[in-house]
Design a protein around this ligand. Structure first.
Ligand code: FCB
Length: 477
């Protein structure tokens, strides 16, 4: 099947008469769901955890909607055993979670806090007892504040400290973790955190953000090496990138150039050093008014391209751009300041205002497959926030989320049929949780969390996903 022939499942459903088509997935396809430490754990000041940049950022007035923080979140730190039981009942084959660096190394360096590692050991063992594969992310944005005080990701030393932390986690859990992810969405850490000021640490320095992107990738490479030596040949290691197909609104040359710049910063700046061992030249040219890239030293490119076993793709929405006058607001797009973003016309949007385009998932998977050296892929995040409703019986009705998952899974299936080596799919998220600057106002969970009582209730979409997992297949509609 060629990509251009892929129709949306909704269209298939509308035109198919006769029996409903089931989309069967390969045997051993991994079905999972994910969370991250700061978004679900809570227990922010317990058992020796140090502060992270997100604790500091949330404490700034007016930053997070409703003044929310991750102090309690979904209380997963205390309720992990019940949550694992919930995962078992949903039939999950894998759970993607992150370890909190400041829980394990409160100062970001030096002695390890044994209670921090104990928690993750309890979690991993509980998962294994239920036959759920632990997929561990080392960095999902919660940098120890002590390291930020020494320059954060702007400091080359942070990359070396990240390797020490990876070594500590690898030595303790390496015999039990099914797959490792080093960094989650380094684009967000670097550009939302250090250029747009929208994420912790809330800085607005585009040149610094480029340096941070490099140090995040370098930290990734050092961590891959540290994990290989701590865990040995059995370690299965990945990075997780947020990728999105970028389209120009018109065929005008200026719009195409806008699309090239955004594609460079969002996709190629991360995929190319990981898989090809070099930074895209056009991005270096676009940003030369900001930096001469002298932060890239001798062997860095080789370290960053340390061989991986898997690549994780987080996909939420496509990106549509047009050339525009530069805005005066801090931009997460150094070298692409004269670009405006558009929500593509005619597409539905989620409660985040993100356009729903399952086809974009197919496009990004196919591009990785055709344009880069072969590497097994997994969809490490995909999901949607909607304003769920609860009926009189307490049932959480979220039909849009089930449709969203259905349509994206149909595209994942089409990608496999087109030859993409896709090994698994993780819904974001297992639980409603702390959605960064949106606080608790945006809900992505398969399972609803009542944050006042901490009561969990599987949503209709969670039960739908349970049936998909049990069948290893997606119903047509
Ligand atoms: C991704 C993040 C994840 C969550 C989803 C909605 O960018 O990795 O933590 O916030 O978006």
């Amino acid at each position: 099947m060629r990509g251009d022939d892929v129709s949306t499942p909704a269209a298939d459903c509308a035109t198919t008469s006769g029996p409903c088509k089931r989309l069967a997935f390969p045997e051993r396809f991994l079905w999972g769901a994910g969370t991250s430490a700061y978004q679900v754990e809570g227990a922010a000041a317990e058992d020796g955890r140090g502060p992270s940049i997100w604790d500091t950022f949330c404490a700034r007035p007016g930053i997070v909607q409703g003044g929310d923080t991750g102090e309690i979140a979904a209380d997963h730190y205390h309720r992990y055993a019940d949550d694992v039981e919930l995962m078992r009942r949903l039939g999950l084959g894998a759970y993607r979670f992150s370890t909190s660096w400041p829980r394990i190394q409160p100062d970001g360096q030096g002695p390890v806090n044994p209670s921090g590692l104990d928690f993750y050991e309890r979690l991993v063992d509980a998962l294994l007892r239920c036959g759920i594969a632990p997929v561990l992310t080392l960095y999902h944005w919660d940098l120890p504040q002590a390291l930020q005080d020494r320059g954060g990701w702007g400091a080359r030393d942070t990359a070396a400290r990240f390797a020490d932390y990876a070594e500590a986690v690898g030595s303790r859990l390496g015999d039990r973790v099914a797959a490792w992810t080093t960094v989650n969405e380094p684009w967000c850490s670097a550009f939302l955190g250090y250029a747009a000021g929208e994420h912790a640490p809330g800085l607005t320095d585009p040149a610094l953000a480029l340096r941070c992107a490099h140090h995040l990738l370098l930290g990734h490479g050092f961590a891959v090496q540290a994990l290989r030596s701590a865990v040995g040949d059995t370690a299965r290691i990945s990075a997780v990138l947020n990728l999105s197909p970028v389209t120009a609104v018109t065929d005008r040359e200026a719009d195409h150039d806008a699309a090239r710049r955004i594609d460079g910063l969002l996709n190629r700046l991360f995929v190319e050093p990981l898989l090809l061992g070099r930074y895209p030249v056009d991005v270096q040219i676009d940003t030369r008014h900001l930096t001469d890239w002298n932060f890239v030293r001798g062997e860095d490119a080789k370290v960053i391209a340390s061989p991986l076993d898997l690549l994780g793709v987080n996909y939420y929405a496509p990106t549509t751009v047009t050339a525009a006058a530069p805005s005066s607001a801090p931009s997460p797009w150094p070298g692409a300041e004269a670009v405006a973003f558009r929500v593509p016309e005619g597409l539905p949007v989620t409660a985040m205002g993100w356009a729903v385009s399952p086809r974009g998932l197919f496009d990004i998977l196919r591009r990785l497959h055709t344009d880069y050296p072969p590497i097994p892929l997994f969809i490490s995040e995909n999901g949607a926030a909607y304003d769920d409703t609860v009926d009189a019986t307490g049932r959480v009705r979220d039909p849009e989320r089930a449709f969203f998952l259905h349509d994206h899974l149909a595209m994942a299936h089409a990608a496999i049929a087109a030859g993409v080596d896709l090994r698994g799919y993780f819904v974001w998220s297992l639980l409603d949780n702390f959605e960064w600057t949106f606080g608790y106002a945006k809900r992505f969970g398969l399972v609803q969390v009542d944050f006042a009582s901490q009561l969990r209730s599987p949503k209709d979409s969670g039960l739908w996903y349970r049936d998909v997992i049990a069948a290893n297949a997606v119903p047509c509609c």
